[in-house]
Ligand binder design. Sequence first.
Ligand SMILES: *Cc1c(COP(=O)(O)O)cnc(C)c1O
Length: 401
Amino acid sequence: MQKKDQSPGFATLCIHGKKHLDKHVGERPIRAVSTPIFQSSTFAFENVDHGAAVFRGEDASYVYTRLGNPTQAALETEMAYLEKGEAALALASGMAAATTAVLTCCRSGDHIVAGDTLYGGTHQLFTQTLPRLGIEVTEVPAQDPRNFERAITKKTRLVYLETPANPTLVLTDIAAVAEIARRKGMPVLVDNTFCTPYLQNPLELGADIVLHSATKYIGGHGDTVAGILVGKADWMMQARMEILRDVGGCISPFNAWLLLRGLKTLPVRMDRHMENAMEIAHFLGYHPKVTEVIYPGLKTHPQHALARRQQRGFGGMISFMVAGGREAGKVVMDNVQLCTLAVSLGDVDTLIEHPASMTHSTYSEQDLVKVGIDPGMVRLSVGLENVEDIIADLRQALTLI
Ligand SMILES: *Cc1c(COP(=O)(O)O)cnc(C)c1O
């Protein structure tokens, strides 16, 4: 991606955005180029008065890793930079981030309006767990921003979007929904997991909170479960000091470090994910046994124009359907050899899975149909292997149908 001005570009920020963490061990100062892992649960006070000042909020020293840790802080600073937000909060998982965000915005009696195609775990949180706490969620078709306007009530405290959505790759017009929400005086959260800050900055489009399952492209190597929120500094302080402190979904310093390491190569990886995905989408599009390919980069995608306007690229996720429906899709998934049959996404490895029986098994049969998750749909998270090898693998599996 070409830079337009003199400010540091995205790749430069990914590598140099963090300041070196100065640390003294004995007499010698250390300015480690790779952020040190502060694998410490607690941090010493100089004396009782110092500890008391910290607890009164008059001194910003670290206290305890559930509330903050220098390695976590380095990751938060970096993510706030990349998402163009004031502050960030790193958490133990994408779901910890979702719960923390929802509980920061809502209490019993409140209401959330969300898009109707969501990560399966988020749908489960919204339809099973939040109602038990007295928080109701209305899920609406996300293609038309007016659906959000119609569903907002006096009790609504949050609008929750996922774009592109998992696994239908339906997009939501973030700016249009943000405009509606601003008029009604409520925040908009965008799950930006599929795009990463490299391809989309929801805060610049008017959203208030960005959520990432950092397990996916941010970490990028299939070795870490983590989540991140980015938004306003005062909201983030409330999320940290009320919900994170009490609910406890903190990230380990080691996992924060793995994400810092993943971030260094994020733009390089995303470029290759997208290059491979475009080639595979074309291959599938021309394959006689494939009945439908869903990829926002294809002109056949019903929201291709919105994808061009809102995103700086089309991502690495493809969904497709094969002739013969669910059974035929099963043949493909059971017979790939290079692609790995696994949930999760955004890894260097190509992952293939069946949303209806795996990631989206939390949706009822009727809801799957309603939101457009065909029982035969196959989801592909395109990895970084040589694209000819991925295509050869898919081709041999498709011939077995
Ligand atoms: C995986 C995922 C989540 C949940 O994140 P975890 O890190 O698995 O808890 C949320 N949203 C999207 C879009 C995801 O893909």
